[in-house]
Design a protein around this ligand. Structure first.
Ligand SMILES: [Zn+2]
Length: 500
């Protein structure tokens, strides 16, 4: 085979002169292609020009003052020369970056989209838990969304439906605690395949919330994902370091699933799973990647997690597993810290707790690792929730980039833009036009003041919007203008894989 290929190559190789002529010709052709964008840019009138900003595009490494021309929802010009626009916004002194892409956003309604936009997010995706009925999920948001939205098909909601679990977002009954029969595993797998045929972006897993799901059941879901080239976004089986149910063992399980089946793997909120072993989990991910496993991960920049108190996470033994006690739990509705008595009473009620369990140095390790994307895992409901919903992106830019210098600005932006776009673009080609400031890319653009950008949301006031985000464009339409939210526009579009 090798010999044959070499011969073919020699036969098709042209003499040197022809080669050079061809090269020159193709360079000329390329130059001509560039001309419409470069030379006459002054004559073209764009719908909108962003003038004089510091354009940072982590995909290409560009970090320079440029003018950006936008028409028809698309970036049409990026130029050091002046551009003419029907409308021009002076963005000098501000950073012009690709709109942020959140791969893990449970909040998928107007309240949450508003908070996300003010935090610089132009695309918010629910990929961890996902939906069981993908068509219905997209239909609910069509034409009514401030920012772009999308969903995975989820093993958790499929299990909830199949086993008629009484829980809401997360299971509290059979879906958590009953092993599936062979027939039920087949029906779950069929549900995953149905969702993927309907354009679900990925496959979602909350294994810690369905502890009765066998290793074989999870493998079957990975096999279905592999057929459709869908990444598996996994909340792993275990957190913490108590053997044998450690976050390391949990990571080994899903790396094995990915290696066996070929389905890409994305491990969600690495720091709240790894806790003090987070550095080791990151090392394992780097090692698996170096041997060709397609595995990525994400984190949020906070020392607390949040989840339903009724979920399987708080089954017998949780204190030992997570290394915390009642006092580290904070009831979201009232902000009160729990006791043994209130824990028992509130566990029977619907509602969430904030878990103060991640050491600050672990957060810094996760945020600054080149392996992690930033993803919020957030959801607000009536102004209540975890500050990560409203503040994740600006907290990284303000606290970890500007104040602590734990990473550079372009490194941070990479985690918010091109990395999440690339995670999804093989399955969803429309993501090739997101996460970039380049000609032909969608005009999803976030413009902020690097000197003031900061989160303001706290555990007491989780819905307080971030500051320093000056303009946010979604498909060329401003949803944040001069630092103020616009609620009279709905440019958000569905982010979806091709429907079969
Ligand atoms: Zn989770």
């Amino acid at each position: 085979m090798r010999h044959k290929k070499a011969v073919t190559f020699r036969q098709t190789t042209r003499p040197r002169k022809t080669h050079r002529a061809l090269w020159t010709a193709s360079m000329l052709a390329l130059a001509c292609l560039w001309l419409p964008y470069r030379a006459p840019a002054r004559q073209i009138q764009f719908e909108l020009v962003l003038a004089g900003g510091r354009v940072i595009d982590p995909a290409s490494g560009l970090d320079s003052v440029r003018n950006v021309g936008v028409s028809g929802g698309t970036i049409r010009a990026i130029s050091a020369a002046r551009l003419s626009g029907l409308k021009t916004i002076d963005v000098s002194g501000l950073v012009v970056a690709p709109g942020f892409i959140d791969l893990h956003s449970h909040g998928q309604d107007p309240e949450n989209y508003a908070a996300k936009a003010m935090d610089g997010v132009t695309t918010a995706l629910e990929l961890e838990i996902g939906a069981s009925d993908v068509d219905a999920w997209y239909a609910e948001r069509s034409g009514k969304s401030l920012i772009n939205y999308g969903v995975s098909v989820g093993q958790v909601p499929l299990r909830i439906d199949l086993m008629h679990d009484p829980g809401g977002f997360l299971p509290t009954g059979d879906a958590a605690h009953k092993p599936a029969t062979a027939d039920e595993v087949a029906r779950l797998r069929a549900g995953i395949e149905r969702g993927l045929k309907r354009g679900a972006l990925a496959v979602g897993f909350g294994i810690a919330y369905t502890p009765a799901a066998s290793h074989w059941e999870i493998e079957e879901m990975f096999r279905a994902a592999a057929v459709y080239g869908a990444s598996c976004h996994v909340h792993m089986r275990y957190a913490g370091g108590k053997e044998p149910e450690t976050s390391i063992a949990a990571l080994e399980e899903v790396i094995a699933d990915s290696a066996m089946t070929g389905a890409p793997l994305h491990v969600v909120h690495i720091s709240s799973m790894g806790l003090r072993d987070t550095g080791r989990l990151l090392q394992i991910i780097a090692e698996a990647r170096s041997h060709g496993i397609d595995i990525t991960t994400e984190c949020y920049p906070y020392t607390a997690a949040m989840t339903s108190l009724g979920s399987a996470l708080f089954d017998e033994g949780w204190q030992e597993r997570l290394g915390i006690g009642y006092h580290e739990l904070q009831w979201v509705e009232t902000g009160e810290r729990l006791t043994a008595e209130t824990f028992l009473r509130l566990r029977r009620m619907p509602g969430s707790v904030i878990l103060h369990l991640i050491p600050e140095e672990v957060v810094r390790v996760a945020v600054s690792s080149p392996l992690t994307m930033i993803a919020s895992d957030g959801v607000l409901s009536g102004g209540k929730g975890h500050p990560r919903s409203s503040g994740s992106y600006c907290r990284v830019l303000g606290r970890y980039v500007r104040e602590e210098k734990a990473l550079t600005l372009i490194e941070a932006l990479k985690k918010m833009t091109i990395m999440p776009a690339e995670r999804l673009q093989r399955r969803a080609p429309m993501m090739k036009k997101k996460g970039r400031i380049e000609i032909g890319a969608d005009a999803d653009i976030t413009i902020f003041d690097p000197g003031t950008v900061s989160d303001r949301a706290t555990y007491d006031k989780p819905a307080d919007y971030s500051i320093g985000i000056k303009y946010v464009l979604v498909g060329g339409t401003a949803v944040v203008f001069d630092g103020k939210l616009r609620s009279d526009v709905m440019p958000g579009a569905a982010i979806r894989a091709p429907i079969e």
